[in-house]
Design a protein around this ligand. Structure first.
Ligand code: GTP
Ligand code: MG
Length: 243
């Protein structure tokens, strides 16, 4: 577009095609890309623009707005409340970055004046507690976990209670993962969340998984929002199949 002398329909279409192709190649959902393209075309009406208008700038702004809209959930992000203890639980498949992100989240809030603490409710993977301990020690954040207890729900509850007594106002519960979406993992997440009543559940995933993020996020979300607890073929039913 920078090289074109006249900005017309053809130049705009070429520009949008290039953006569309890049997004589709990066595995962005077709509907999102299609909606973005038609919204930009609706906003940028080249025929109605008077000669004095800077068409390049108008197109550029419309594109930026639409790209940002794709990532905007439309509501403010969660912030812990002053004078209250918030519990935040991290979930995700194995190796998705939960433990690392828990520490970053705690560190970020510590710098902002909160009193965070980390609870290791991962009893599934060997070395999980040592990993959280190392991260927490480095970031100077109190932590709770056990080398011997095998019940994640018990550890989570004990950890939350301990830190509530110690006046921590942001208790972060790290949980275990599995290499795929498994009934056992969802059941464990449901139990930990029922026992600790988190104010926020954060789903962690690798940004390179593309559209699979949608199915994974939805599968985890169903652990927390439906009432039926049975599993069918490894999937949480959550009222979808049972009466
Ligand atoms: N490049 C990159 N690597 C990351 C990031 N977050 C975590 N990792 C790495 O990914 C690997 C797994 O991270 P963990 O935080 O242990 O993941 P997890 O979800 O807690 O894993 P499990 O507890 O086994 O389920 C580690 O080697 C991390 O160093 C990130 O944002 N970028
Ligand atoms: Mg972990």
């Amino acid at each position: 577009m920078s090289n074109a002398t006249i900005i017309d329909e053809k130049v705009l279409n070429e520009c949008l095609n290039e953006i569309t192709r890049a997004l589709l190649q990066s595995d962005v959902q077709f509907k999102l890309v299609h909606d973005m393209e038609s919204n930009i075309k609706k906003i940028v009406n080249l025929d109605d623009l008077a000669a004095g208008h800077n068409k390049r700038k108008i197109i550029q702004q419309a594109i930026i707005n639409e790209l940002c809209k794709m990532l905007d959930p439309g509501k403010p992000s969660f912030t812990p409340k002053k004078g209250k203890t918030s519990v935040v639980m991290f979930v995700g498949l194995q190796g998705s970055g939960k433990t690392t992100t828990c520490t970053k989240y705690a560190y970020y809030h510590q710098k902002k004046g909160w009193r965070p603490a980390l609870v290791c409710a991962d009893t599934f993977r060997a070395g999980a507690f040592d990993q959280l301990k190392q991260n927490a020690t480095k970031a100077k954040i109190p932590f709770y976990g056990s080398y011997t207890e095998s019940d994640p729900v018990k550890i989570a509850v004990e950890g939350v209670e301990t830190f509530k007594k110690e006046n921590c106002n942001l208790i972060i519960v790290d949980t275990s993962g599995r290499h795929k979406q498994e009934a056992a993992l969802f059941e464990e997440m449901r139990q930990v969340s029922e026992a600790t009543k988190p104010d926020l559940v954060i789903f962690v995933m690798d940004s390179s998984i593309g559209q699979a993020a949608f199915d994974q996020a939805q599968a985890f979300k169903q652990c927390f929002s439906w009432s039926c607890n049975c599993y069918q073929n490894g999937w949480a039913c959550k009222g979808r199949w049972c009466s």
